[in-house]
Design a protein around this ligand. Structure first.
Ligand SMILES: [Zn+2]
Length: 301
């Protein structure tokens, strides 16, 4: 599946979309949770009915597709467009492509999709990870006072892939203090991974939190911190450049969050060549049951 025509043939009906979701949810075939037999009928809508006992299981329960009035075909089309590496799917683009009535509906829907595509709690980085924070200008958050220059703090984790960058995670945090930084690392990095940071004392608790911590100090011979953590520095630079090209004017904290999700999504898939595979992976992520939310303490502290 590489072209739009192939895609449209593959998902020509709601039933074809439902079957695709059912196979993702029950890779070994449907098994009734009530009587443990395997035969089922597809009913109308998104239900499977057990042939033995009549139990009805929803194909979409617990997924972003649940209780939506939007046809699955439109969800699938939107996800297909999101896999386009050459063009960024915008809310107005989505509105036009699906003939949606309002821009706001398209915008909310795109946000929901983007959030579903980045599931850090389900899929943590492992191996060697560089972690640092950076300031993003022009963001009005609850923390920034009226007289301050508005900016937001973003934590960055970048996986070491030989000399390059593997996958990344980004998250807006309220302060560069120990509790949000450690919570961020716990949320996005697998325990017992190697976490590389600068010498900032807020990271001192990483060892106790179960990570192999490698703080790097600037020696007098080094010119700048960029040589300490080259990957996160590079990600910060690309992020800022991308934000400038994507958005003009001031952002709210919530808008920045969805931009961070989108950037992460695009960045982590920058080398994927097969669109069909990418699509499969995205739908699989959308089907995965919701993970626990980012710890409240970070949002509140
Ligand atoms: Zn049954």
């Amino acid at each position: 599946m590489r072209t739009l025509a192939e895609f449209e043939r593959r998902f020509a009906t709601e039933g074809a979309c439902r079957d695709y979701l059912a196979r993702l949810r029950w890779p070994n075939g449907f098994c009734c949770p009530q009587c443990m037999t395997s035969g089922s009928w597809s009913t109308t809508r998104s239900l499977l009915m057990c042939r033995q006992c009549g139990y009805q299981a929803s194909v979409t329960a617990g997924t972003i597709f649940h209780r939506t009035r939007i046809p699955l075909q439109d969800w699938f089309r939107a996800i297909w467009w999101m896999t386009d590496q050459t063009q960024r799917l915008t809310a107005s683009g989505l509105q036009r492509l699906l003939g949606l009535g309002s821009y706001r509906t398209a915008w909310l829907w795109l946000q929901k999709l983007q959030r579903a595509m980045v599931r850090p709690g389900l899929d943590r980085l492992e191996g060697q990870i560089e972690v640092d924070e950076t300031y993003i200008d022009g963001v009005t958050t609850r923390e920034s006072s009226r007289y301050q220059e508005s900016k937001a703090l973003v934590a960055i984790a970048a996986q070491v892939d030989r000399k390059g960058i593997g996958r990344i995670r980004l998250r807006r945090i309220p302060a560069a203090s120990a509790s949000p930084l450690i919570a961020f690392v716990k949320y996005v990095v697998e325990p017992s991974s190697v976490v590389i940071t600068d010498g900032w004392e807020a990271y001192a608790g990483l060892k106790q939190a179960g990570f192999k911590h490698r703080p790097r100090m600037i020696s007098p011979t080094e010119k700048a911190a960029t040589t300490l953590l080259p990957r996160v520095q590079r990600v910060a630079l690309l992020l800022k450049r991308w934000l400038m090209g994507t958005h003009q004017g001031t952002l709210s904290g919530e808008q920045l969050d969805s931009y961070l999700d989108e950037f992460t999504f695009l960045f982590n898939r920058r080398t994927s060549r097969y669109r069909g595979k990418l699509f499969h992976r995205l739908v699989a992520q959308a089907v995965a049951i919701e993970s626990s939310p980012f710890p409240r303490l970070v949002a509140d502290s």
